[in-house]
Design a protein around this ligand. Structure first.
Ligand code: ZN
Length: 126
């Protein structure tokens, strides 16, 4: 019996190929990592024998070394590995972006609420 070959990933090309093989793109365009995830939900894999966060790896491949910056997600999906959904930024920027998105979402919800209220009022009027 032959032991299953464990593929050791040691080049960027191998890692990128691995990401392609182990991800599926969902309807939002997110590249969902089907492999291991960290406690925080980030995609992780072994690279040169070390466990790395794949969104940071993808970010560095797309935009250059992070140099202490974070790899942030536009889409808020921590295990998304679509390079256009990831951008290098500071923690502050991350929080600011999150806050802006949240505010937009709140505004949407309020609009829905008002629409609902209006339709109820109209129902009553009839
Ligand atoms: Zn995404």
């Amino acid at each position: 019996m032959r032991l299953a070959k464990i593929r050791r990933i040691s080049t960027v090309e191998q890692m990128l190929a691995r990401i392609e093989e182990n991800s599926i793109v969902n309807s939002s365009g997110c590249k969902i990592w089907m492999g291991a995830r960290s406690d925080c939900g980030y995609a992780v894999a072994r690279f040169k024998g070390k466990l790395i966060a794949l969104h940071r790896f993808v970010c560095e491949q797309a935009y250059g070394p992070l140099k202490g910056r974070n790899a942030n997600h536009h889409c808020d999906v921590p295990y998304c590995l679509e390079s256009t959904h990831i951008y290098p930024g500071t923690q502050t920027q991350n929080i600011k972006d999150w806050w802006l998105r949240k505010r937009r979402a709140d505004w949407q919800n309020r609009k829905e609420e008002q629409k609902q209220l209006l339709s109820e009022l109209l129902d009553d009027a009839w």
